[in-house]
Design a protein around this ligand. Sequence first.
Ligand SMILES: Nc1ncnc2c1ncn2[C@H]1C[C@H](O)[C@@H](COP(=O)(O)OP(=O)(O)OP(=O)(O)O)O1
Length: 787
Amino acid sequence: MDAYREDLRKVKDELTEVEVLLQDLLDRQSSLLQQKDSLEKILREHSESSKEDTATDWNKNDFLWSSDLNDKLKSVFKLEKLRPMQLQTMNVTLSGKDCMLIMPTGGGKSLCFQLPAVVSKGITLVVSPLISLMEDQLMALEALDVHATTLNASTTTAEAKSIFDGMTNPKATLKLLYVTPEKLAKSKRFMNKLEKMYQVGRFARLVIDEVHCCSQWGHDFRPDYKFLGIMKRQFPEVPILGLTATATVNVLEDVKKILNIPKCQLFRASFNRPNLYYQVRPKPATQIEALDEIQKIIQSRFNGQSGIVYCFSRKDSEEVTSGLQKRGIRSGCYHANLSSQERSRIHHMWSTGKVLVVVATIAFGMGIDKPNVRFVIHHSISKSMENLYQESGRAGRDEQRSECIVFYRLADTMVFTEQTGLKCLYGILAYCLDSKRCRRSMIAQHFGESWDASQCDGMCDHCDLNSIYTSTTIDITNHCKNVLAILKQATETDQRVTALKLVDSWFGKGQASLKVKDIKVTTISKEKADIIIGYMLLNGYLKEDFHFTAYTTISYILPGPKANLLLNGNRQISFEFKVKALGATKTLKSSPAPTNTPKPSKESTKTHLSSNSVSHNKLSSESSSKQILNSSATITSSNHQNNGNLGNVKSGKTNLETPSKKPKLVVINRENSQLSSFTTDHVSPNKTKNNNCKSFNSKGNNSKIKKRKPVISDSDSDGLDFGELSAPKKKVSKKERSKNTINSQGKKIAKERNSASEQAETGGLNINGSIDSVPICIGDSDSDFDT
Ligand SMILES: Nc1ncnc2c1ncn2[C@H]1C[C@H](O)[C@@H](COP(=O)(O)OP(=O)(O)OP(=O)(O)O)O1
């Protein structure tokens, strides 16, 4: 009988394993279907555009307006030539057709409507989300002697009258009129004036800046943007031009529907910023160490150069500012809680070079048009890939080599907010944990583009032939099992465990009741422990379990759906950890003098790399993404053997517990490459494909520094500081408490995960400080919005 029982147990175990594998495949299928859907939509868009293109070549220069356009480009805007996509966009809108342009930050979207406005008869109405953005543009236009104005709550009656006259008077010189969406939605009088302007044939076009705000699917949804849906019905002859830097395929589809412009011409400039170097580094466990490292980077590589350090909370940004100041770095702090004068002062001092580094929350957002930002360092990871792209995109607007460095640590990922959610956060976690894939192609995949990793040109830490890192394969099966054993013990003793408690217990700290008898206290570094936990979360060996109180939400860690596969089977997990190459002599060096061909010397590279690292780097840059994608983890088991194509880089197994060999670890990989979803460790080698690269171009110079009023987004919530710091008790307002969001499992997740008082009770993650919400937010307390 015992033998039967044993067989039954084995069959049950195997069934569980099959179920998990099936689930993995289903997840993978669903993510591939989504990808397929997005790619088909892009191809459809493209073929629709192509049909149109066969009838009209929008890139040509012999339209009725072409010579005027060229003249005014030089005489009014003092520019020599247009950047890619600018001419096409201008030609479409000047021919009276609807158009949407998706172009990355700093690409030159404004000119696409400003120049046509100067060339056209009548008035171009520009809907823009922030008064500060309008004011920046108005200032720039004034300097160019282009007649433009805005209508908002601070417009005097006399000014409004003059604007209204200008709208219908054929002799008026007014070319551009800027308003907020709220103005359109709420002012009947203004709508009446627009009707009149339309009737007399002076409504030249409607421009909608940040057009993604129309869609609820976009992270910056603005309810009043929905009102713009009636504009096509009211003014059918007026061409609409939508501009955005962030829209994904689904958001665009939604926007087209909302604006009633299903057949609009769509132009998409590539999101590739070839001059930006992307890098992820492990974040040291303490603030002091993190500051030391940031100091080292700034002083050795960017000495005397301008940059931004993004922090998660206001408190962090203050601490980092004073830390850097003490270390002799001229820095200033910027967050939404500072007075607008102080923010303007800091912004101005930074723009004029008196302060070199702005240490900021994401309140330091739109409107930053400083061309020579040489580095953007993320002291804490962004909340989503979109955020990361936007924030790091503030570097290198002058198209010179600039670096975007992210410091990753698990505690920083244990935070998410309404705007992003768990899925977004795991997307960025996957980006940080990946040890092999070209960062650029990961960003591309996120934006529905495909760039070939080889075209990264060594401009990310994984493709960089000059990198001082190589990788080493480590068996972490026992580490993972130990983590699961602690969780088992927690369940048996009826305890819930946060990530912080889990790691503490693994390191032999914290409650005695969580100590597992047969498990030795780990000697791996905190950074490695973080990475292993992150890996386990992404790959289903662990899962988060959210608990809600009236005031807060706490994330507890539980064994994930695949935990049993590891505990019961013979599954082995090996990782490639990134480590400093043996004998790497490269010291941090100054940022190279900016050039337009930011390619590291392959010759010099070899002198720094061990043979292993050479092969690794060869792999990164030369092999197909198929190899790269599946390369970093090997899972083996007796029932199911999955060779995640460990790859090409085996520098031998390293004993993680041996302090003397302690590698300088950077990141581990997950086994699958989907950025935005949980990953599986069962990936067939043909699941990935190579990508083709479209390259983003823009050779034009951007030497102008716009004097922009700082933009603030003030929908504050309590900020979060995790880890070791203790939090003072802090009152959480009712309003703050009620900001909830939905996680990917459909659960409601409070915007603040934890509170200081909760921390004291639970030993959970600790909130301390305040975070600033994403830019283009509603409810800016500094009245950046206006009706
Ligand atoms: N054809 C061009 N040649 C040279 N410079 C140009 C050209 N077009 C635009 N620029 C400059 C003007 C600005 O200083 C800079 C960025 O343009 P801008 O219109 O502000 O970008 P954008 O609107 O796409 O960025 P953001 O999304 O950050 O507002 O580029």
